[in-house]
Design a protein around this ligand. Structure first.
Ligand SMILES: Cc1cc2nc3c(=O)[nH]c(=O)nc-3n(C[C@H](O)[C@H](O)[C@H](O)COP(=O)(O)O)c2cc1C
Length: 288
């Protein structure tokens, strides 16, 4: 345990909020030696800081979250539900990029927003790798195209072709798509990163249990921040597929990434914006 936790009894107003919010149930009401809030750190703090954030009187003393680590929520800055919904509705995967870099301050804010997404058991074990070097970006696309060309060769071999067509038609549907991508790549167009000026890979340790879920939530936070900053982005699904099919983590090694790529965002400045958004499929929801 690398933290200390205590209640400042003089400041505590006994509201019991810390007792209610702590996911590890570290706090409890005690009558021993006068009514007070007792703590039992042996129950395993996940370091979420809820106890500190919820305490109006500042009585919870957590060594990981001193005064400099706690900030008052500025309610004036919060978006109205309509603004938030309009941002969510109008966010598109705009792949039409201008040939110019994404400002560093924008990348910083996108990564910060992604980093603030919830993580399983507050693990916060994601690593963000921001790639802007054109050579590295080229390496990523080449790696994906090599991988897909290999898959295409296997899928089209006479025996496999028959089996896949019958047993996995959904996979077979990718064949013409891969073929189109390959043809485009050979003419000099990059169908993987589509001329993006930056890629943010969201990576988790090899053995992470919820790395994939954590990374995808982080992606969504980052993508909404990108939209609000006027930066275009799309999810790098082809890269993630290629990387996840490689047991040896070759792409990660080539890029000097310690963990595994779980999600990714290709970014660039938009050539133009979208003045409209279409309706998505009707909402399929069941209240029970
Ligand atoms: C898991 C996932 C993988 C994706 N992979 C790619 C990709 O490799 N390339 C691409 O251009 N777009 C990719 N996308 C973007 C989707 O095509 C896009 O989100 C979808 O068409 C809906 O459009 P919208 O994001 O503008 O609402 C991916 C999206 C998701 C969620």
């Amino acid at each position: 345990m690398n933290f200390s936790l205590s209640i400042d009894r003089a400041a505590c107003i006994m509201c019991g909020r810390c007792v209610r919010v702590c996911p590890s149930r570290i706090f409890s009401l005690s009558d021993e030696g006068g009514r007070h809030i007792a703590t039992d750190e042996s129950l395993g703090c996940i370091e979420c800081g809820h106890c500190v954030d919820v305490c109006e009187s500042g009585a919870v003393r957590h060594s990981l979250f001193g005064h400099d680590k706690r900030h008052a929520v500025d309610r004036e800055l919060l978006p109205r539900p309509e603004s938030l919904l309009e941002l969510i509705r109008s966010r598109r995967s705009n792949r039409a990029f201008r040939k110019e870099p994404v400002p560093r301050e924008s990348l910083d804010r996108i990564v910060e927003a992604a980093h603030l997404a919830p993580t399983a058991s507050n693990g916060q074990e994601l690593e963000f790798v921001v790639i802007t070097d054109p050579e590295h970006l080229g390496t990523i696309s080449r790696y994906v195209m090599d991988k897909f060309s290999g898959m295409l060769r296997i899928l089209k071999s006479p025996v496999i072709r028959t089996v896949v067509k019958m047993a996995a038609p959904a996979l077979w549907r990718y064949v013409p798509r891969f073929e189109r991508m390959k043809a485009a790549y050979e003419t000099g167009y990059d169908p993987v990163l589509r001329g993006a000026a930056a890629v943010v890979f969201i990576c988790a340790p090899e053995k992470s249990r919820f790395g994939c879920q954590d990374a995808n939530l982080a992606y969504l936070n980052g993508s909404l921040m990108a939209e609000s900053l006027g930066v275009s982005q799309f999810y790098t699904g082809f890269v993630c597929t290629a990387a996840s099919r490689d047991r040896h983590g070759k792409l990660e090694r080539m890029l000097g990434i310690d963990g595994r790529i779980m999600a990714g965002m290709a970014l660039g400045m938009p050539a133009f914006g979208y003045p409209y958004y279409v309706d998505r499929k009707p909402l399929d929801v069941k209240y029970m």
